[in-house]
Design a protein around this ligand. Structure first.
Ligand SMILES: *Cc1c(COP(=O)(O)O)cnc(C)c1O
Length: 376
């Protein structure tokens, strides 16, 4: 937690749960990535946290934006962000939404299938398009694998088809998986990308762009490499496969920009055991899977927790949310330990919760309102 957030929490008696984001950290994370990868154009992945305050800060720093729906596009446009700085990066779009985006001036679109190329050719004639190839998601805590992308052979055909249908086959994209902690995954992806560049060259198409995706981490429980280590791994894989003749490169960080910038303030609602000889307590918080923490599914994302009683003896806990649904358990197998003297009413801080929380919270399951958030 930054001193600014600590002061804000101390000065304001906020109703919990709530997210507090330090916009200075958003700016810092953006600048740090830009500095580490000066040749790479940054498209912030809006879906990670679409708060207007965050988009304005990044817009001011010269960021572009990767969007996943016509609604995100219209939100960016309403903030005065130029359509030329938007990419419609979802591979699953309604044709009417493509047409709306194209009319609004968006000129860069993703696809990974025959039907999607055909939609783009009809609804966004002449637009720059890129094909997403699939990755296994290996090494990532939150994989984005089977659902997105196609194999290299299909990608080749699709890019040729894009040209034949009058689109501008601009490049290749991939996403190595979110919270990717294995730095060699970009090398794997770029090996495939290079094969595609070569195959397309033989078909008379010169690709110009590589979209290196997201995958940059936030600081959860596990150790993560530094941003500089990511930059170094990616750029050395680029030169390994493309030599000195580097195509345009973009990255689409979401978690890596917004994750570390915010904390959730929550409260202990109940501490209990199920039998008299249980040695593991159940700790129920006022936030759970439906309140903004669905990335605890499969205990995939393991947030760091802070309590006012840290430092004393600790014991094992099952952590759960407040709703009347059996799946609303956050951590059962991940070996969480909390202070033995933890009390009902204690405040809990969930660190690095700035990404994939607010918009993931339900609109009112069990009557609980969506996660409140403050941008300071
Ligand atoms: C979700 C997503 C991102 C952002 O991923 P992070 O791992 O959060 O950086 C980037 N690009 C695309 C296409 C995505 O779907």
């Amino acid at each position: 937690m930054t001193p600014k957030i600590a002061r804000f929490l101390a000065d304001n008696k906020l109703e919990t749960p709530c997210l507090v984001v330090d916009l200075d950290v958003i700016a810092h994370n953006f600048k740090r990535l830009k500095k580490a990868m000066p040749l790479v154009h940054i498209y912030y992945a809006v879906k990670a946290n679409p708060a207007a305050e965050i988009l304005r800060v990044l817009d001011g720093l010269g960021s572009s934006f990767d969007t996943a729906s016509i609604y995100e596009i219209e939100q960016c446009l309403a903030l005065g962000i130029a359509p030329a700085r938007l990419s419609f990066g979802s591979t699953i779009k309604k044709e009417g939404d493509i047409a709306r985006a194209f009319k609004a001036g968006v000129g860069l679109f993703a696809f990974d299938s025959h039907a999607e190329v055909e939609k783009l050719a009809r609804a966004a004639p002449g637009a720059r398009v890129f094909c997403r190839i699939f990755m296994t998601g290996e090494g990532a805590d939150w994989p984005l694998s089977r659902k997105f992308g196609c194999d290299v052979d299909m990608a080749r055909d699709l890019l040729i088809k894009a040209r034949d249908l009058g689109l501008d086959p601009h490049g290749v994209s991939f996403h190595v998986g979110s919270q990717q902690r294995d730095l060699t995954q970009w090398d794997v992806a770029l090996g495939k990308t290079k094969m595609l560049f070569t195959a397309l060259n033989e078909a008379g198409i010169e690709l110009k762009l590589i979209n290196l995706g997201g995958g940059f981490p936030a600081k959860y429980r596990q150790r993560i490499p530094s941003v500089d280590a990511y930059a170094e791994a990616i750029m050395s894989a680029m030169t390994k496969h493309f030599g000195n003749d580097l195509p345009q490169m973009i990255v689409e960080p979401g978690r890596g920009v917004a994750g570390d910038a915010g904390v959730i303030q929550a409260e202990v609602v109940l501490v209990s055991t199920k039998t008299y000889d249980d040695n593991r307590r159940w700790v129920y918080l006022d936030i759970g899977k439906f309140g903004g923490l669905p990335e605890t599914m499969g205990e995939a994302i393991q947030y760091r927790l802070k309590t006012p009683r840290d430092g004393g003896p600790k014991g094992p806990v099952v952590l759960a949310g407040p709703t009347c649904d059996e799946v609303d358990v956050l951590y059962d197998n991940a070996n969480y330990q909390l202070p033995l003297d933890l009390q009902v009413g204690d405040k809990i801080v969930i660190e690095a919760a700035g990404a994939y929380t607010t918009t993931y919270s339900s609109v009112g399951f069990n009557g609980f309102p969506p996660l409140k958030s403050y941008y300071i």
